[in-house]
Design a binder for this molecule. Structure first.
Ligand code: AMP
Length: 396
């Protein structure tokens, strides 16, 4: 893997695609700076080599035109403070403004370009737009793992204009190294824990994982499609009727491949989708009419914790229940704790995908697992297909 460590940036202008898509409060204070901090090592490596840094990113979802609330200008002072040096700003990412700012940039200086998504051509991956961006720098660095699954102008198309001068930043390299540790795991048993709302978003991942894992633990809303597929009564739980065949296929494939598949045996059910709803614990195959499963039950929790804590490699994506409601968070918390236990015993554990990351943070356990991935959609697509457009563009 070619990273910034394999490149000497002396007297070069590095065009760095970062992920500065950060959340703000109403006064434009950054409420979570994780993504900005993550980019600092790459920026500093280029500066220490004696190069100049031109940063480009998207922010929010503007409708292809300038919208003040999505301006990158809100990031300038904050980044400046973190870097301990002035950060220049170009009020457009292409055109005269950007060109003049980039041309005037000296070694050791940092320039931040305005939001890429103020131009439609970013997301449509338009080549001429990518070429304009490319003309600003001598070398291209991709450090935005979170958007590497998009064939956008700044994440993928641009790379072709730097045939010999394109490398991964540290965020990207780190993510890939950690995910590959799970996908090529040598330490068995390997356990994947899949939860969340629906089977439909996770089928390809599950199918791809079946060749690599020993245990597949299913939880969350998607369990009920599996339960119904096996003839259980699921009440008014979330079910994807059109995925029942898929669930049966996964069960069959798992059996053929010798993967132990774990479906919940009991559930905490509620008479409404609300934290204060009446609740009871029932056999997963006999959920009364009018009741919906919102968490795994205590027997399932115990079994899952046992399997997880005896695993040597763990991948967790998706909560076991509606963990946003405290009354239905027990299963998710138990899984998070079991992963910590396994990690303490020497297992390698990777948490990825939006909601499991939110869960591990909620229980303040993020620093007790091996790795928390920053890229939700990108991570899942990487597991599905083994590569991403933004990765291929650099490696090609
Ligand atoms: P996903 O984005 O597919 O990973 O789904 C995450 C969401 O699934 C979370 O917001 C959970 O509240 C929700 N979820 C988990 N378990 C259930 C369930 N049993 N019924 C409905 N939603 C659920």
């Amino acid at each position: 893997m070619k990273t910034v460590d394999n490149y000497n940036f002396e007297n070069k202008k590095a065009l760095v695609r970062v992920d500065f898509n950060v959340p703000f409060d109403k006064e434009f204070n950054i409420t979570d700076d994780t993504r900005i901090r993550a980019a600092l090592p790459t920026i500093n490596k280029i500066l220490n080599d004696g190069g100049a840094v031109i940063l480009m990113s998207h922010l929010g979802r503007p409708k292809d035109v300038y919208e003040e609330k999505y301006s990158m200008k809100h990031v300038v002072n904050y980044l400046s403070k973190l870097l301990g040096k002035e950060v220049k700003f170009a009020s457009d990412c292409i055109g005269e403004v950007a060109k003049t700012a980039a041309n005037g940039l000296k070694s050791g200086e940092v320039l931040l370009l305005e939001n890429l998504r103020f131009h439609k051509q970013e997301t449509t991956g338009t080549e001429s737009f990518a070429q304009e961006l490319a003309s600003l720098g001598d070398v291209y660095v991709n450090d935005a793992f979170g958007t590497a699954h998009r064939a956008h102008a700044s994440t993928t198309i641009i790379a072709k204009f730097f045939p010999n001068d394109k490398v991964f930043g540290y965020v990207m390299a780190n993510e890939l190294e950690n995910i590959n540790k799970v996908l090529n795991a040598s330490e068995k048993p390997v356990t994947a824990i899949m939860g969340g709302a629906k089977v439909s978003g996770k089928i390809l991942i599950i199918e791809n994982l079946l060749d690599k894992i020993d245990n597949l633990i299913i939880g969350g809303g998607m369990s009920f499609t599996f339960v119904k597929a096996q003839g259980g009564k699921v009440g008014s739980s979330l079910v994807e009727e059109n995925k029942i065949d898929t669930a049966l296929k996964i069960l069959k494939e798992a059996k053929e491949k010798g993967v132990n598949i774990y479906i919940p045996v009991d559930a905490v059910v509620a008479d409404a989708f609300a934290n204060e709803a009446n609740k009871q614990t029932v056999d997963i195959n006999n959920i009364p009419d009018g009741w919906m499963g919102l968490d795994i039950g205590p027997l399932t929790e115990k079994k899952y914790a046992e399997v997880i804590s005896n695993s040597k490699t763990i991948l967790w994506n998706g909560p076991m229940g509606v963990f946003e409601m405290d009354n239905f968070a027990s299963g998710t918390k138990a899984v998070a704790e079991a992963i910590v236990t396994a990690t303490l015993k020497g297992a390698y554990s990777l948490i990825g995908g939006g909601d499991s990351v939110a869960a591990i943070n909620k229980y303040e356990l993020a620093d007790k697992v091996s790795y928390v991935s920053t890229g939700g959609g990108a991570l899942l697509e990487y597991i599905e297909s083994g590569s991403l457009p933004g990765i291929e563009a650099i490696e090609k």
